[in-house]
Design a protein around this ligand. Structure first.
Ligand SMILES: Nc1ncnc2c1ncn2[C@@H]1O[C@H](COP(=O)(O)OP(=O)(O)O)[C@@H](O)[C@H]1O
Ligand SMILES: [Mg+2]
Length: 253
């Protein structure tokens, strides 16, 4: 999950995606808060974690995968959560090599590892992108947002990291501020994979700490994220437009 700016909905999309994957495939998913200074994944999920990034990194350094799992916080949906450090200053001491190693271990242990990030392309984010199979690039429909995303794409291209794995997500896609989805596609040179409209319920759900994908409300954000999640789920497992699980029975159409 990458964006050039803050406030575009990275944490909203990351937490909702992660909850949806965890509900669809039990104990399959961990969300890692790589917004190391001001991460709010735990708050958005209404969790009060006992363990934070530093302890998880220690377990990784000592090669103790079982200890690592005990350092994760379990959300009521079955989602594992690795929160950002408890204090912003701790972020400075964390290297991108540590993050790479952490994600390497987590991707061996979990089918789905969802990574929220801070705005921009920090070393930590670049380290994470090395291990990401389905990177999402998130932007709103503003001139500054889209031109920031163009710079992200250019930077990734220079680093030879930009491939067709990248999936462009436009948030607040129904905002009519003069920038259209076609403008985004033209500026970035890649198609928009997912367009998420404005959701009246999103800010409230973050404040109470219950992601919309968990409350299964009828909502445009839930509907578009459900179809994004469906592209990631195993065959036969599907979410309906309210994010509820639909498992196809064998032999039935
Ligand atoms: N599609 C949307 N419709 C309405 N509000 C949204 C939408 N996406 C995000 N928000 C709200 O915007 C604010 C910022 O979102 P957040 O996910 O924290 O952004 P970021 O992590 O990129 O800084 C939050 O209050 C969130 O609830
Ligand atoms: Mg955020």
């Amino acid at each position: 999950m990458v964006s050039s700016k803050g406030g575009v909905g990275k944490t909203t999309v990351a937490t909702n995606l992660a909850v949806a994957l965890a509900q669809a495939v039990p104990y399959s998913t961990v969300i890692v808060d790589l917004d190391l200074q001001f991460g709010d994944v735990a708050t958005t999920l209404n969790l009060s974690p006992e363990h934070f990034m530093a302890e998880a990194l220690q377990s990784v350094a000592s090669g103790d995968t079982i200890a690592l799992k005990t350092r994760l916080t379990l959300h009521e949906t079955g989602l594992y959560v690795l929160p950002a450090p408890a204090h912003p200053a701790e972020a400075d001491g964390i290297t991108s090599a540590q993050i790479s190693q952490l994600l390497k271990v987590l991707t061996q242990e979990f089918p789905y590892v969802v990574v929220d990030t801070s705005p921009g392309l920090s070393d930590h984010t670049l380290g994470a992108l090395d291990h990401t199979t389905d990177p999402l690039l998130l932007t709103g429909l503003s001139v500054t947002g889209v031109s920031g995303m163009r710079k992200v794409v250019d930077t990734l291209s220079v680093l030879q990291m930009f491939t067709d794995r990248y999936h462009v997500v436009v948030n607040w896609a129904d905002a009519t501020d003069g920038v259209s989805l076609a403008d985004v596609e033209q500026t970035l040179g890649t198609p928009v994979g997912t367009a998420i409209p404005r959701s009246k319920s999103a800010p409230g759900s973050a404040n109470v700490g219950v992601p919309l994908m968990q409350s299964h409300v009828r909502d445009p954000l839930v509907k578009s994220l459900a179809s994004l999640v469906n592209t990631l789920l195993p065959e036969g497992v599907k979410l309906d437009p309210r994010g509820r699980l639909r498992v196809k029975k064998r032999g039935k159409a």
